[in-house]
Ligand binder design. Structure first.
Ligand SMILES: Cc1ncc(COP(=O)(O)O)c(C=O)c1O
Length: 290
């Protein structure tokens, strides 16, 4: 399906497939009232999902992290993801899953046994422009004002919305959160990795960062091709830092040329960054040929 067919999108909502424009949720859904829910974003190339099981496993961990029962088994979820994609089969697609605790009269403490809300959509995978890939992106840093469970892929994204707005006001593309000691954690919707003394460095997985599926992929391809990888706290002012990149499902890895008006390395996309990006794009391309 080409992207011009976007007007005919079909969504899955609580058991039914319906036209996107008719797809609605109860006003007392706890996702709407309390951001009481979690989500996933999965890329699909030529009808083949990238790391589907890893996304479903993370969805399960997120549900467990906020005590929302899984709305169905992971096998059933995989089938629903496939069916939603089949109804919106874009060559490069982005499947979005959201699970909330369900609808109930508003009360912080969930009353009784609620039925979780499950929605799934599939649309064209948004990608960075060729111009951005050629120049890299510009970013800012912000003190981390988020909650203390960033490993859960929660729909409570207000801090990230504000961070993105702050970045846009400064003509930047992403904002990266800093801990109290000035360590680089992750972005509003991306992980961040750097090349320091030739080593691929990124913050270790803990409650301060989301375990990005694309972060994992970057580490995996880097190791496969013989690059050293260190998962450790790191700072932007480390002397051996020559490259920085951000990772996410919609970006693969993207070079960063400037953070807080400070030029990174040569100010051009780093060679290792682009190498990692190309290894990842090759893997995505292989999915299109399955
Ligand atoms: C805070 C945060 N970190 C990292 C990521 C990247 O995760 P993934 O690579 O699984 O898309 C996201 C994606 O939405 C995010 O919101």
């Amino acid at each position: 399906m080409s992207s011009s067919a976007q007007q005919a999108l079909t969504a899955y909502v609580n058991g039914d497939f319906i036209p996107l424009e008719d797809a609605t949720i109860h006003i007392e859904d706890r996702g709407f009232q309390f951001a009481d829910g979690i989500y996933e974003v999965i890329a699909c190339f030529g009808g083949n999902f990238l790391d589907l099981q890893a996304h479903l496993d993370r969805l399960q961990r997120s549900c467990e992290g906020v005590r929302i029962p899984l709305p169905c088994s992971l096998d059933k979820m995989a089938t629903l993801v496939q069916e939603t994609y089949d109804r919106n089969p874009f060559e490069d697609a982005m499947v979005y899953i959201q699970v909330t605790r369900g609808a109930a009269p508003r009360s912080h403490l969930p009353q009784g046994k609620l039925t979780p809300t499950l929605i799934i959509t599939s649309r064209v995978l948004p990608k960075p422009s060729n111009e951005k890939i050629a120049t890299g992106i510009k970013a800012i840093t912000l003190k981390d004002i988020r909650w203390k469970h960033c490993e859960i892929k929660s729909i409570a994204l207000l801090a990230s919305v504000l961070g993105k707005q702050e970045a846009a006001l400064k003509q930047a593309d992403e904002a990266f959160w800093l801990d109290e000691e000035g360590h680089m954690l992750e972005g509003c919707a991306t992980n961040i990795l750097a090349i320091i003394d030739g080593v691929l460095v990124t913050h270790p997985l803990d409650h301060q960062v989301l375990g990005g599926i694309t972060r994992d992929m970057a580490i995996r391809v880097a190791k496969k091709h013989g690059l050293s990888v260190e998962e450790r706290p790191w700072r932007l002012d480390e002397s051996g830092l020559t490259e920085a990149m951000m990772s996410s499902t919609t970006n693969a890895v993207m070079p960063i040329y400037c953070i807080d008006e400070k030029i990174i390395g040569t100010g051009k996309p780093g060679a290792t960054t682009m190498q990692i990006r190309n290894w990842m794009l090759e893997a995505m391309d292989a999915l299109r040929r399955v």
